[in-house]
Design a protein. Structure first.
Length: 258
C-alpha cells in the first residue's frame, strides 16, 4: 500500500512538473512572439520613416518588403502609397522634359510641321492631358477616403487584430503632421498644374504666331535660327521667347517634393 501511494505521489509530481514545464514553454513561446512583434514594429517604423524622408521627385521608391506577416501587408500598403505619389509626380516632369516638347521650336521641327503645326499642337495637347491625369491621381491619393481605404480590415484573421493593425497603420501614415503635409502637397500639385498650363498655353500662342506669319518666315536649319522678313515680327518673337523663358523658370519653383 505504501509503495502504491509512493507511486501515486511520483505520478502526481511528474504530472505537476510536466504541466509547469509546458506552462513555462508556453509563456516562453508567447514572450518570443511578443518580442518578435516589437521587432517587426520597430523595423516597419524605420522603413516608413525612410520612405517619408525621401524626395518624391528624385528618389527611388521601388518596393522591398522588410517585415513579415501582417506587418508586411501594412508595409506594402504604405510603401505603395508613397510610390504612387512619386510615380505621378515623376510623370509630370517626364512629360515636360519629353524631347517633343523640348525641341518644339527647333528649326527642323518647325520646318517639317509648318504651316499649321498640327503635330506640335497635338504634342502640347497630349502633354497637357498627361499632366492633368497625373495631378488627378495625386489629388485622389491625398484624399482622406483613399488613405483610410488602402488597408483592407478583412485581410486580417480576427477583428481585434484588424483594429490593432489598422490603428498602427494610421499612426504611420495619417498623423496630424501627415495631414498637414498631404494638404500642402495637394495645394502644390494644383499650383504646379496651373504653372504648367500657363507654360503650354504660351507654347500654343507662339506656334499660332508662327502660323499666322508663315509667309514672312524662313527656318534656317544650318544655323538653327528663325529669320523674319521685318523687324516688328522679329521683335514680337523675341518678346514671346523672353516671356516663355520667364514662365519656364517659374514652373515648379514653389513646389517642394518632400
Amino acid at each position: 500500500m505504501k509503495k502504491q501511494n509512493k507511486n501515486i505521489k511520483k505520478s502526481i509530481k511528474f504530472i505537476i512538473i510536466t504541466i509547469l514545464v509546458l506552462v513555462i514553454m508556453f509563456i516562453g513561446f508567447i514572450f518570443m512572439l511578443v518580442i518578435d512583434d516589437l521587432k517587426q514594429e520597430e523595423k516597419l517604423k524605420t522603413e516608413i520613416l525612410d520612405y517619408y524622408n525621401k524626395d518624391l521627385r528624385n528618389d527611388d521608391f521601388s518596393i522591398k518588403i522588410k517585415t513579415k506577416g501582417d506587418y508586411a501587408y501594412v508595409e506594402q500598403a504604405i510603401k505603395q502609397y508613397y510610390k504612387g505619389l512619386s510615380d505621378n509626380l515623376k510623370l509630370i516632369y517626364t512629360a515636360l522634359n519629353n524631347e517633343k516638347i523640348v525641341t518644339i521650336f527647333s528649326t527642323v521641327n518647325l520646318e517639317s510641321d509648318r504651316p499649321d503645326f498640327i503635330f506640335n499642337h497635338t504634342t502640347i495637347k497630349n502633354t497637357r492631358n498627361d499632366v492633368s491625369k497625373a495631378i488627378k491621381n495625386i489629388n485622389k491619393l491625398c484624399e482622406e477616403k483613399t488613405i483610410k481605404g488602402l488597408l483592407d480590415k478583412e485581410r486580417f484573421d480576427d477583428g481585434d487584430d484588424a483594429e490593432y493593425y489598422y490603428d498602427f497603420y494610421l499612426k504611420l501614415i495619417y498623423t496630424k503632421d501627415d495631414k498637414k503635409d498631404i494638404k500642402k502637397l495637394k495645394e502644390q500639385a494644383n499650383s504646379l498644374e496651373t504653372q504648367i498650363n500657363t507654360y503650354l498655353d504660351k507654347l500654343d500662342q507662339m506656334l499660332l504666331f508662327l502660323q499666322e506669319n508663315d509667309k514672312s518666315i524662313t527656318y534656317d536649319q544650318n544655323n538653327q535660327v528663325i529669320i523674319f522678313k521685318n523687324t516688328s515680327l522679329a521683335t514680337e518673337w523675341k518678346k514671346l521667347t523672353v516671356e516663355l523663358s520667364e514662365i519656364a523658370n517659374n514652373v515648379g519653383k514653389e513646389t517642394t517634393t518632400t
